[in-house]
Design a protein around this ligand. Structure first.
Ligand code: HPA
Length: 273
């Protein structure tokens, strides 16, 4: 059998008896949102380190576990901590957690992240509803023998981000007076931040925000037929748009500052799904 698929099935087998319910929503928590589950009614937790051969993040602030709980009435599995391609994992490992959450039963993948703002009308602390993405700077996670059990060899990517879910997120933002921008997210591999010339290129290509995650997970989830939505927290203006050099600390600080409102937006959105 395909090794990537075998690994996925092995991971699922090793934890399936500890999954307390079939989650409706799989929520990937980006920078700043690590303690989101504190506000949830938690039913179970599974440390990534307890899952055989599961990729464990090496990034400070991203240490990981699956947390199962309810947001309102909605059963949710949260990913506290995600792995990034720049950590050196094969791209199939980077998307393994998203695939595993689908096997757990999740119908919806809700992706969050911190990004650099490219659109000049954006400011640090803004939230951006992801309406589409640009994937061609990161390796495609579907390269290799197709896993027929999961999806098609040539999956359509016309509407990766579900239109109904987008409308529900817009409404949740409006009803709660939370300003929400919209735009195209581009994933680069990192770990270096972009150069100003790269940011100008990305703007020319139509990107509004740039980051180092999310798109590959969205591609793998779309391949499996999940409904996908995403919100990015613009933590900084991208390289060349501000005078000072970019640092991980600045990104984390901005993401932490925006976190209370981000959490509210996520909670109100999920309750409406
Ligand atoms: N570039 C890439 N990734 C990021 C940025 C950025 O400016 N900010 C937060 N994540």
């Amino acid at each position: 059998m395909n090794q990537t698929y075998q690994k996925l099935l092995d991971c699922y087998e090793s934890i399936k008896d500890r999954i307390p319910f079939s989650p409706k929503v799989a929520l990937v928590l980006g920078s700043g949102l690590g303690n989101y589950a504190d506000s949830m009614e938690v039913k179970a937790e599974i440390d990534y380190s307890e899952i055989k051969d599961f990729p464990v993040s090496t990034v400070p602030g991203h240490a990981g576990k699956f947390i199962f709980g309810y947001v309102g009435q909605v059963p949710v599995v949260c990913m506290k901590g995600r792995v990034h391609y720049y950590e050196g994992y094969p791209i199939t490992d980077v998307v393994l957690p998203a695939r595993l959450m689908k096997l757990m039963g999740a119908e919806i993948l809700f992706l969050t992240n911190a990004s650099g703002g490219i659109n000049p009308s954006f400011g640090a602390g803004d939230f951006m509803l992801i309406t589409d993405h640009i994937s061609c700077f990161a390796p495609n996670p579907l390269i290799g023998q197709n896993i027929e059990e999961l999806g098609l060899r040539f999956p359509d990517m016309s509407t990766v981000y579900d239109r109904e879910l987008q409308d529900k997120i817009r409404k949740a933002a409006k009803d709660n007076d939370i300003p929400l921008k919209e735009g195209i997210y581009v994933q680069l591999t990192g770990p270096s931040f972009e150069s100003p010339a790269e940011i100008r290129m990305l703007r020319t290509l139509g990107a509004d925000a740039v980051g180092m995650s999310t798109v590959v997970e969205a591609i793998a989830a779309n391949h499996m037929g999940m409904k996908i939505c995403g919100i990015s927290c613009v933590a900084n203006l991208a390289a060349g748009m501000v005078e000072h050099p970019l640092t991980h600390e600045e990104v984390q600080e901005a993401a932490n500052k925006a976190a209370p409102l981000f959490k509210q937006l996520i909670t109100e959105s999920i309750k409406s799904f």
